[in-house]
Design a protein around this ligand. Structure first.
Ligand code: ZN
Length: 147
């Protein structure tokens, strides 16, 4: 499992064990679920959006370390951001985990997921929370799938 060491960095393991913003917002302005059938990761997201800004968000779910850590890191990065900024981050994050490209300076803490691109099956785990978030923000009342 030595080759996985790069993927499972300490930050990822830490977020998996101590997820940030874990729980549910009641009442939420936006909510949605995500499911990654390839791995079995499940996610529920609740958001508080005011004046086009994500003022609070929480997640619940069960899944692998990557999916949980990615959701946890996402909540810490997205909290307090404008919806347009979140959309830009989604694009930067998606390119990070599919190409390993860390050139986008706004990635911040998200850069820790860079190793994911070497493991195509894990890309869907890493992006599940983001797909779910995108669905929430566009008020699509459907389960976000990574397919
Ligand atoms: Zn997974």
């Amino acid at each position: 499992m030595d080759d996985l060491r790069e993927l499972y960095q300490e930050v990822i393991l830490d977020h998996n064990q101590n997820p940030q913003n874990f729980g549910q917002i009641e009442p939420a302005t936006h909510s949605g679920d995500g499911y990654n059938p390839l791995c079995g990761d499940k996610l529920s997201l609740t958001l508080q959006v005011q004046d086009d800004k994500v003022t609070d968000l929480r997640f619940r779910g069960s899944g692998c370390a990557i999916s949980k850590a990615s959701a946890s890191i996402m909540t810490t990065v997205v909290k307090g951001k404008k919806v347009v900024e979140v959309e830009a981050l989604f694009g930067a994050f998606h390119s990070l985990v599919t190409t390993g490209d860390t050139d986008d300076g706004d990635l911040g803490k998200l850069a820790v997921m860079a190793g994911v691109y070497k493991y195509p099956a894990r890309v869907k785990c890493a992006t599940l929370a983001w797909h779910t978030l995108k669905n929430c923000l566009s008020k699509k009342d459907e389960v976000a799938k990574t397919e």
